[in-house]
Design a protein around this ligand. Structure first.
Ligand code: 1CP
Length: 368
């Protein structure tokens, strides 16, 4: 029998009642924080920071302590997985990531290596252990990976892309080759997430940042199915006996909620283009929802931030199963002061909403 969680964030992921809406922010650690910049400089560069468990632990904790977040997210990057599979990864100054040599042919794919997470990604697992020790049960830790499709875009394009020319070329010209690549990545990601869980992450988030560049049919065949392959293999009870919720984050793709629920995930993370009230009605208690404030709201005044937060909380309503977050990550030119305003507003306004409604209400479940 899994143990019922006590942390607000984990309770919300399982759609259990909470006293106030939990909040954390995607990319909550990063360049908008001066203390992050100092540690990154100490590490030399971003990748060395990811590979140094002491420093990666430190930057993971920075936003948790500064803003009293309801969850910590492991400091790492989705692209350490292609590197573990044998590609060479670098982040140029001010440019996006570069993965070499790119994968385009069957013989390119044969160069990929099998991955033992404890070996090639041991530094990430060591970081997980250290973060859990530092947090001492106070704040739950989220582990993560990219979705196979999102990782494949970087591996086939050789880095970031605007047009996705080569991966889409492979999708339409050589679908079997792409499928083989996605299966291979999915198996690595499943092992990697299971290793993160074994080392103590209490929730996992799969980032499908680039699923939204696909048409609906291709999205199901190439992105969602490979995510399903991972979920089917995940060990969903952690070493402490608690269920580990699975969060799927989709960017620019809120129109396929039924298919997303069908994967068996616990939480769906939405970008800001989906109306939260509509999504909650449609999902009807079958999954929790995470999001989905437009990050650009953080460029506005504290009053506007509060107003936007209140609206979003009202859109969701006084029901269980909401994790407050941005619809995408923090940007480097954002003011940490606005994050303080945002977190305070989420706490105060969600308590007020519950008070006004006589506590949490049950969501009307959909009849089959
Ligand atoms: O210069 C720096 O210091 C590096 C900036 C940076 C940071 C802070 C990168 C480079 N990655 C990260 C950390 C990171 N990345 C985290 C952990 C910390 C946290 O959330 O607090 C996570 C979860 C990611 C995930 C990630 N990396 C995604 C999926 C989420 C998303 O943003 O959509 C993606 C697509 C990446 C790739 C990546 N990493 C970094 C860059 C510049 C990019 C390319 C983005 C692109 O193609 O546009």
């Amino acid at each position: 029998m899994p143990i019922e969680p006590t942390h607000r964030f984990l309770r919300a992921c399982h759609s259990l009642p909470v006293d106030q809406t939990p909040v954390w922010l995607m990319r909550q650690a990063g360049r908008y924080l001066p203390e992050y910049m100092r540690v990154r400089q100490q590490a030399g560069n971003f990748l060395s920071l990811c590979k140094n468990p002491d420093l990666a632990t430190e930057v993971t904790l920075q936003p948790v302590y500064r803003f009293d977040m309801d969850a910590a997210i492991l400091f790492s990057d989705i692209l350490v997985v292609p590197e573990a599979m044998g590609m060479s990864l670098s982040f140029g100054m001010g440019e996006g990531p570069v993965l070499e040599p790119f994968l385009r042919t069957p013989s390119d794919l044969r160069r990929l290596r099998p991955v033992q997470p404890e070996e090639q990604l041991g530094y990430v697992l060591q970081t997980v252990t250290q973060i859990r020790q530092a947090l001492q049960e106070k704040t739950p830790l989220i582990g993560f990976s990219g979705s196979p499709w999102t990782l494949a875009t970087y591996m086939v394009e050789g880095g970031s892309s605007k047009t996705f020319r080569y991966i889409k070329g492979m999708l339409f010209d050589q679908p079997a080759l792409l499928q083989q690549l996605l299966d291979q990545i999915a198996d690595v990601v499943a092992d990697y997430l299971n290793a993160q869980i074994a080392h103590g992450v209490q929730a996992v988030q799969i980032f499908d940042t680039w699923g939204g560049v696909l048409g609906p049919r291709e999205f199901v065949t190439f992105s969602l199915r490979s995510i399903q392959r991972i979920i089917d293999r995940l060990q969903r009870v952690g070493p402490d006996g608690q269920t580990v919720p699975i969060i799927l984050f989709f960017f620019f793709f809120g129109s396929m909620l039924e298919e997303m629920i069908g994967t068996g995930c616990d939480v769906i993370g939405l970008d800001w283009t989906t109306h939260l009230a509509t999504a909650r009605h449609q999902v009807a208690a079958r999954a929790a929802l995470q999001g989905n404030l437009d990050p650009a709201v953080l460029y506005a005044t504290p009053d506007i931030v509060r107003h936007q937060v209140r609206q979003l909380l009202q859109d969701y309503g006084p029901y269980p199963g909401h994790v407050f977050n941005l619809g995408h990550g923090m940007a480097q030119d954002m003011d940490p002061g606005r994050v303080v305003d945002l977190v305070r507003a989420v706490r105060e306004e969600s308590r007020l909403l519950l008070q006004q409604n006589g506590g949490m209400q049950r969501i009307q479940e959909k009849r089959p």
